[in-house]
Design a binder for this molecule. Structure first.
Ligand code: ADP
Ligand code: MG
Length: 724
């Protein structure tokens, strides 16, 4: 293989890499939650009445009794110290999609100069990281920067081990001095409470008497890329922006579909096994692993959990993947589109609601037409997704996810609901006056004598839908791979709560008129279908026809970019939705718009600057060196009476010239700073800067196809995607 010096060096390092030392695998029972302060460990370490009180808070959402904090803190500390912890950290989730933590020692110095480990209840319950540098969208100015973290009792504490010891980690909410949410956890907890309230009300109306608290659940499928660190480290674009800003597609991409569900390369499998061991110790139920569509792309999906816990675990999972990748000489990329021309990565957020008494409220059973409870909850989701579709688009809007949504590999930016043929038929019947039957499960004959006849699911799958019913839950597929799942979960819980309240009002009014419950349900569901049925779409979401029909006939929004979608957060009906349910105040919502808009602006500006510097300092020099080689050769040949074909020289020189013209255009376009509003600034980046970046890239990628391989300064797609 040819290649310039640093690329050759990288390949040498990879091919001569020492494999990780083998480990003896441990039994699941031994690993499971060994680093978590679980309920059973609490029970062991706490007096009976304290444990009972704490359990009430965890399971029933009752307020934490402050008088037990000292006892709990002391038991937690004893356990953590036995695991080698000297420090504790309040872990919180700022608006950046990242996880933040502030570490403090247990150390307390005594008057005689000796030390003891101390952990009082009040520092367990509340912390005060300065945190003034986190984006807060104007809620806090630095002179009144107090931000508090407060223990979230419903998400278990754990220890995070490194090679040199461990730290007790306590999941917390992060709020301002005046109690405003500065994080992603606070609204998630509030949205769950609002949904619980609305769901309980509706369950009562449906005749239930024993109703346990309703919780939302989440199972997130995480896609990611693994690239050898030797390559990633010589690509400034991957290091700084998480994606390649240049790079010509390899001769072989994913067109053979030979990577998807293929045998996992051994080096990657060893990595995955290390990840899974760590996850099990942290009580994260890793369940599925496989190769994804693109070369170098993989997926991990844990079993679903309560939404709040699943969200913390999702953040932890990304941290574990990132750190473990480094140990194995990889870089783990969560960017939604790290490589042009091959599939990007998403995060499918599977979501449902339920409780121990009524079970999964989105489980249709075998005969959904007669399952009033299911139909009401499913109808509520349909209304919510239709009425607030633009909100669901806005919560997945990031600069990086713009590359993916609508690019024929991921769901379109149009938010619709896929129900599958059985449910579509049932709701069709409802809108015509009443559902009387459900299409049953089919059977599948495989034609091999030794195999049994297999039952088929009543609904097929549809990979092109952004919001699909998948048997007993909805799967929100438009979420970006690098995103926190909190925002999407907040939106889903919130729109469901709103719809359930609407349904509750309707049902109450009908019942008050003396109308029988079943007819009342039928009429409210018919109204849902009449007003919101337009959101249901079972066809091909990638097709041209759908894009036309969705917008022109059905009136659905097609918000293509983040610049189009984020301003939805400023609309009055969205403000009313969140404020009415007590999930986000207008100030908190506005701060989210400001923060996410700023992130969008910053990420595009960073990328644009990188495009300019890489084009100037890496690609231009390589191209001119090659040109000088070619022209020297041409001159020498002329001396002995021969001619070099001049087409390559002409082509390279014209590509260089065009690239540099675009670079200077991009450079001066970046100089514009006069924008009346944030929205204008975002539109400018989306409509002017991004296309210019693409134009520079097009010429640069053209050069990569022409220039001598040993002069090309950047590891190629082929190298990064195929050498492991
Ligand atoms: P797919 O076929 O979509 O790739 P996977 O098995 O990879 O499915 O992932 C499905 C995810 O959905 C898992 O995390 C699973 O635990 C989760 N899931 C299953 N039931 C529920 C539910 N009731 N609520 C939330 N998530 C669920
Ligand atoms: Mg899926």
């Amino acid at each position: 293989m040819s290649g310039n010096e640093s690329r050759l060096q990288a390949i040498y390092e990879i091919t001569n890499r020492e494999p990780m030392p083998p480990k003896t695998p441990k039994r699941l029972e031994e690993l499971w939650a060994s680093d978590v302060f679980t309920l059973s460990k609490m029970q062991e370490g706490l007096p009976k009445d304290v444990f009972k009180s704490l359990k009430k808070t965890i399971h029933n959402g009752e307020k934490l009794d402050p008088s037990i904090a000292d006892v709990v803190a002391s038991a937690m500390k004893e356990w953590a110290v036995s695991k080698g912890a000297l420090y504790y950290a309040h872990v919180f989730y700022p608006l950046t999609n990242a996880t933040a933590e502030k570490h403090d020692g247990f150390i307390s110095i005594q008057s005689d100069g000796s030390v003891i480990s101390e952990f009082a209840g009040k520092v367990l319950v509340q912390g005060e990281p300065d945190g003034s540098s986190f984006p807060n969208g104007g809620i806090r100015s630095t002179f009144e920067a107090r931000g508090y973290t407060a223990w979230d009792v419903t998400s278990p504490a754990y220890v995070m081990e490194t090679d040199n010891g461990s730290t007790l980690c306590i999941p917390t909410v992060f709020v301002s001095w005046t109690g405003e949410a500065l994080d992603k956890k606070t609204p998630l907890l509030r949205s769950n409470a609002a949904m619980n309230k609305a769901a309980t009300r509706v369950l009562k109306l449906l005749g239930n008497t024993d109703i346990a608290p309703v919780n939302s659940s989440c199972g997130a499928e995480q896609e990611y890329f693994l690239i050898d660190a030797n390559f990633a480290n010589s690509r400034p674009d991957i290091l700084l922006s998480g994606r390649t800003l240049f790079g010509k597609a390899p001769a072989k991409g994913q067109q053979f579909d030979d990577h998807y569900f293929g045998a996992i390369p051994e080096r990657v499998q060893v990595f995955m096994q290390d990840v899974e061991e760590k996850l099990y110790k942290l009580g994260i139920p890793a369940k599925t692993r496989h190769n994804e569509v693109a070369p170098g792309q993989f997926e991990i999906a844990p079993f679903f959990e309560a939404a709040n816990v699943a969200t913390d675990h999702q953040q932890l999972l990304m941290t574990v993947l990132r750190n473990m990748a480094k140990k194995h000489g990889f870089i783990c990329l969560f960017h939604e589109k790290p490589f042009k021309g091959v599939n990007g990565s998403g995060k499918h957020v599977n979501w449902s609601v339920g409780n121990p008494t009524q079970g999964n409220l989105l489980d249709p059973g075998d005969t959904p037409h007669s399952n009033a409870q299911f139909l009401v909850f499913c109808g509520a989701v349909i209304r919510g997704v239709h009425k607030y579709g633009p909100l669901l688009r806005a919560v997945v809007a990031t600069a990086s996810n713009d590359h993916r949504l609508g690019a024929n590999e991921a769901p379109p930016a149009i938010i619709s609901v896929y129900l599958g043929s059985q449910l579509e038929d049932v709701f069709e019947q409802i809108s015509k006056g009443g559902a009387t039957g459900s299409k049953g499960k089919g059977t599948m004959h495989i034609g091999v004598d030794t195999l049994p006849v297999l039952p088929t699911d009543p609904g097929d799958r549809n990979r092109t839908s952004p919001f699909a019913f998948t048997g007993n839950r909805f799967e929100f597929r438009a979420v970006g791979s690098g995103q926190s799942v909190a925002g999407p979960l907040v939106a889903m819980n919130t729109v469901l709560a709103d719809s359930l309240n609407w349904i509750g009002d309707k049902l109450e009014a009908e019942l008050a008129k003396g109308i029988e419950l079943n007819s009342a349900i039928q009429s409210v569901l018919k109204e849902v279908m009449d007003q919101h049925g337009a959101v249901i779409f079972n066809g091909n979401g990638y097709s041209e026809e759908w894009h036309k029909m969705a917008v022109e006939e059905r009136g659905l929004a097609n918000l293509r970019t983040t610049a189009d979608a984020l301003p939805v957060l400023k609309e009055k009906y969205i403000e009313d939705l969140f404020a009415g349910l007590g999930i986000l105040s207008p100030v908190e919502l506005a701060s989210r718009f400001e923060t996410y808009a700023e992130q969008y602006i910053l990420s595009i500006e960073v990328e644009a600057k990188l495009v300019i510097s890489m084009a100037k300092t890496l690609i231009y020099p390589a191209a001119t060196r090659y040109l000088s080689e070619l022209s020297n050769a041409a001159l020498s040949l002329k001396e002995i009476g021969l001619d070099l074909e001049v087409e390559t020289i002409e082509k390279v020189s014209s590509l260089v010239k065009s690239m540099m013209e675009k670079v200077s255009k991009l450079d001066s376009a970046l100089g514009s700073h006069d924008f009346a509003t944030t929205e204008d600034h975002m539109q400018y980046l989306s409509k002017t800067i991004r296309p210019l970046m693409d134009e520079v890239r097009e010429y640069a990628d053209g050069l990569e196809a022409e220039i001598a391989d040993d002069l090309w300064p950047l590891p190629s797609y082929q190298e990064m995607l195929f050498i492991k």
